[in-house]
Ligand binder design. Structure first.
Ligand code: IMP
Length: 425
């Protein structure tokens, strides 16, 4: 296997965890490079269901080292909960490493996220309320704590003297949130240090050097359309889920990346607010939601559902650097007579047709999808393991999607299990 980045090509929840899990078996090192516990990745194997938020799913393999990179944000209490749940399922954490440069989500980040979601009216993003945005905001404002600060009382003390006067003023005056004393945060940090101590890779440079000639898998979270720079801004997350994010968030530069797999569903889903041109607010959308079990792993929220959108997928191939596509949940269409694929957008105001993705999302309310309709295959494909054995109409659908998006579909997923995967050679 080449050094591969796995990214979501839509608004997250595309089934990345299953693909990452399959590839992790062949990888020596798996690196999660952005996001935090806002992600929810489910892996089903050996009759067990494992739920991941921040810990790379590669942890299920004994010979794979898993690294939580510098580009991530870590909420210690959520990490502890995820860790304990996986531990109770028998997962072994001997190979887990955490970058000392990862950023810490503190209690006030969660409070600010909650406050913003409740008080911003129309500006509501529909976040996961995990403090992600406020943590990245502080990182960029240079007033965040890094994991390494937990292990240096001097650095911690100096940094808190820099951070807290500014932070507390904002917390009190803008958000009406009680200020945090230095003693309170210091006590919390002592607890966090104990929690992370066995896993912090102070020797991360040696580790990354040692794996330079081995196989590396970069695990993305969320999806291209939630990218802070290229997504449906401002209805996005606060990190870079695109393939390029792996270069900044992992500790390896871009020259280490050889392949980018873009994971996409055969339809589209989205949680939270924001534009979604192919959204179906009818019984077809409900049918997809029901058959596809489209409810969030992290928040339990029902996901909005719609037809496959080749406009956003072409865009994702470009800005995500996608070289290979993994098409998931194609079996959800097994009972469908007709399947729509959006090939362009049409502006209802002047009839203008968009084949490239219009990045001004505030005009999306005027856009309607231009569909091509394909025949369904009306057959259960969940037991098929070879591409040749797929029904002709499924192959036609796959071929048309490839033509429309300009990249090859190399992996097909026809069910949640590891075995329900077709690798095209
Ligand atoms: P945040 O990442 O919690 O700040 O949320 C920002 C936006 O990203 C919201 O629309 C969330 O619903 C969405 N989001 C964040 N993480 C995920 C994910 O793992 N899957 C799908 N959507 C996500």
């Amino acid at each position: 296997m080449k050094n591969t980045v796995v990214i979501g090509a839509q608004w997250g929840d595309e089934g990345k965890a299953k693909i990452t899990d399959l590839l992790a078996e062949k990888a020596d090192l798996v690196i999660r490079y952005q996001g935090g516990c806002n992600a929810g990745h489910t892996v089903v194997t050996g009759g067990q269901t494992y739920k991941f938020h921040l810990i790379p799913s590669g942890i299920l393999y004994d010979n794979t080292t898993c690294f939580i990179g510098a580009g991530t944000v870590i909420h210690p209490e959520s990490f502890e909960k995820e860790f304990n749940e996986l531990k109770s399922q028998g997962v072994n954490f001997e190979n887990l490493k955490i970058s000392p440069l990862a950023t810490i989500t503190l209690p006030y980040h969660i409070e600010v996220d909650g406050w913003s979601e409740s008080n911003s009216g129309k500006g509501k993003i529909g976040t996961t309320k995990r403090g992600i945005g406020p943590t990245y905001t502080d990182k960029m404002a240079r007033i965040a704590l890094k994991i390494q600060d937990l292990f240096s009382p001097e650095a911690l003390s100096e940094k808190l003297d820099m951070i807290l006067p500014v932070k507390n003023k904002t917390l009190e005056k803008v958000y009406g949130i009680e200020p945090y004393s230095k003693d309170c945060i210091t006590a919390l940090c002592e607890k966090y240090a104990e929690l992370f101590k066995p896993y912090v890779a102070f020797d991360w440079q040696e580790i990354l050097n040692a794996y330079k000639n081995k196989t590396i898998l970069f695990e993305g979270a969320q999806g291209v359309m939630l990218d802070i720079d290229y997504g449906t801004y401002p209805f996005v997350t606060s990190s870079n889920p695109i393939g390029g994010g792996a270069a900044t968030g992992s500790g390896y530069g871009p020259t280490m990346i050889q392949e980018v797999i873009g994971v996409t569903k055969a339809y589209v889903t989205r949680v939270g607010e924001g534009p979604f041109v192919t959204e179906l607010k009818d019984e077809i959308g409900e049918k997809i939601q029901k058959i596809g079990h489209e409810f969030g792993v992290t928040t339990g929220r029902p996901r909005r559902c719609g037809w496959f959108d080749a406009v956003i997928m072409r865009y994702a191939v470009l800005v995500g650097g996608i070289t290979n596509i993994a098409l998931t949940k194609i079996d959800v269409f097994d009972t469908f007579d007709k399947i729509n694929v959006c090939v362009a957008y049409k502006d209802t105001r002047d009839g203008k047709v968009y084949k490239s993705y219009p990045t001004d999302v505030f005009i999306h309310k005027y856009l309607e999808p231009v569909y091509e309709t394909m025949e369904g295959w009306k057959q259960d494909i969940t037991g098929i393991r070879r591409y040749e054995d797929l029904p002709e109409n499924t192959k036609k659908y796959i071929k048309r999607v490839e033509e429309l998006v300009g990249a090859r579909i190399g992996i097909l997923s026809v069910g949640p299990d590891r075995e329900q995967t077709i690798f095209r050679v």
